[in-house]
Structure formats: structure tokens, C-alpha cells
Design a binder for this molecule. Structure first.
Ligand SMILES: Nc1ncnc2c1ncn2[C@@H]1O[C@H](COP(=O)(O)OP(=O)(O)OP(=O)(O)O)[C@@H](O)[C@H]1O
Length: 242
């Protein structure tokens, strides 16, 4: 049994079929890359897994339990979390407060409880921003704002993390550093699915790549197999290429 099993997932927005009978799984300890041209449905798959979108058809199982119709907080409580494409820190709070918000029992009504300062330090240290805890998000360089998003996700103590374009806007040195940090999460026992447009940051990181095209499964294989796959190359011809 795989840790995450997406089976026959279909998501329609009115007449638009954004994801069409798509299946994939992630095994415990694996890093799976999910790639595809612009608009191929990658973020929609993540939104369906996280309970942000209602699933039109198909099923999603995590750790053997059916989470297809779960609300987002239920999915998070079961051990899944997502680092979204957009950064949305609360600008009036320092890094530590932003992380703490994700550990509060009910962040809308309570500022009591949640992680201790030591725990917040540990979450930040896992992604190397422990020396930025008192800084305001606006003072951080882009790569650290993205790391803060990852720290927020780590603060929910996930078993499986979905990362949506974690390398966007980063330079090569930052990409290499982040890829090393993600590899470290795997060694700590985390399973991850990483979405990207292209193979850039993924090639050395992921065990397996699944390719989506127009909402459909297109191919699956090692990064090397995918880079050489003719159908994948064709799908990318109109875009920016691999
Ligand atoms: N909330 C929504 N309402 C209507 N259509 C949507 C919605 N979200 C996504 N779509 C459509 O679903 C299709 C897939 O979009 P999605 O954002 O999942 O693709 P993607 O592969 O993540 O793209 P990108 O790489 O550009 O982020 C697109 O045609 C998009 O316009």
C-alpha cells in the first residue's frame, strides 16, 4: 500500500475538465516529481488532495484512509500539508509568530496554546531560518520568505508534504541549497510530492516523475527516462521545454 493513492481523479470546473481520470501514488520515503506544461492541472491535483476543491470523480487515500471528501483541516490533522505556490505571510508578525499561527488549535479565535518557543526554533532550524525568527517577513529576501512557507508547513508535523513550485524565483545557489534541505526532510522520514513546470530543480532530487498534460496522465519514469521521453518532449514543445 502506498502512503498516498490518487485513483481516477477527475476535477471539472463547469465545462472545463482540469484533471481527467488521473492516478498516481507516492510511497513512504519517496520524493515524487509532478510536472507538466502551464495549465496541465498540477495545482488542481494538490487542491483536490488538500480538500480545497471538491473532487468531481475518483478517490484519494492517505495512510489507508479515504480523504476524498475531507475538509482541509481534517487532511492536515491526518498528516498531509502543502506549501503553496504563493507566499502569504502575515506582514505584521515576525517569522516566529507566523510559524506559531500554524500550531494553534484554532488560529481564528485563539492566540493561546500552540508550539513553545523551543518548538518554533526547531521548525525554523529544519529549514535554516532559525536566526531570522525575530525578523518581519518584509525584511526577508525572497528565498527566506519561501523557506518561511516551508517552516509553516513543517509546524503541522506532516508525514507527507506537497510542495508547489518551491524553486520559483530562486537563483541556482538557492535551488541547490533548497534541494539539499528537501533531501534532508526525506532522511528524517518525510514523503514529498514536488510540483514544477520544468525539470530544473527536480532532476537530482526526485526518485520518480509523473507527467500531466491537459489534465491527463502522460508518462511516468525516472528523471532520465522522462527527459528522453518523446511524448513529454512534444507536450513541452509549445512551452518553455524541459
Ligand atoms: N478555481 C478554478 N476555477 C476555474 N478554472 C480553474 C480553477 N483552477 C484551475 N482552473 C483551470 O484548470 C486548469 C488547470 O489549472 P492548474 O492551475 O491546476 O494548472 P497547473 O498545471 O498548476 O498550471 P501552472 O503550472 O500554470 O500553475 C487550467 O485550465 C485552469 O485555468
Amino acid at each position: 500500500m502506498s502512503l498516498l493513492e490518487v485513483d481516477g481523479l477527475t476535477k471539472k470546473f463547469g465545462g472545463l475538465v482540469a484533471v481527467d481520470d488521473f492516478s498516481f501514488e507516492a510511497d513512504e520515503g519517496e520524493i515524487v516529481g509532478l510536472i507538466g506544461p502551464n495549465g496541465s492541472g498540477k495545482s488542481t491535483v494538490f487542491n483536490c488532495i488538500m480538500g480545497r476543491y471538491d473532487v468531481t470523480e475518483g478517490s484519494i487515500r492517505f495512510n489507508g484512509s479515504d480523504i476524498t471528501d475531507d475538509a482541509t483541516h481534517e487532511v492536515v490533522n491526518k498528516g498531509l500539508s502543502r506549501v503553496s505556490q504563493e507566499s502569504n505571510p502575515i506582514h505584521e508578525m515576525p517569522v516566529a509568530g507566523n510559524i506559531k499561527l500554524f500550531t494553534l488549535p484554532n488560529k481564528l479565535t485563539s492566540f493561546y496554546g500552540g508550539a513553545t518557543d523551543e518548538e518554533i526554533y526547531e521548525y525554523a532550524a529544519r529549514i535554516d531560518i532559525e536566526d531570522k525568527l525575530q525578523e518581519m517577513p518584509d525584511e526577508l529576501p525572497h528565498a527566506d520568505v519561501r523557506r518561511l512557507e516551508i517552516a509553516k508547513s513543517l509546524a503541522t508535523e506532516p508525514e507527507l508534504m506537497l510542495l508547489d513550485e518551491p524553486f520559483a524565483g530562486m537563483n541556482q545557489a538557492e535551488i541547490t541549497e533548497l534541494a539539499d534541505q528537501i533531501e534532508r526532510f526525506r532522511q528524517e522520514g518525510m514523503t514529498m510530492v514536488v510540483v514544477d513546470h520544468n525539470m530544473g530543480g527536480l532532476m537530482d532530487l526526485v526518485d520518480r516523475i509523473v507527467v500531466l498534460n491537459n489534465g491527463d496522465f502522460l508518462a511516468e519514469g525516472t528523471p532520465e527516462e522522462i527527459a528522453e521521453n518523446e511524448h513529454v518532449q512534444e507536450a513541452y514543445l509549445a512551452g518553455e521545454g524541459l
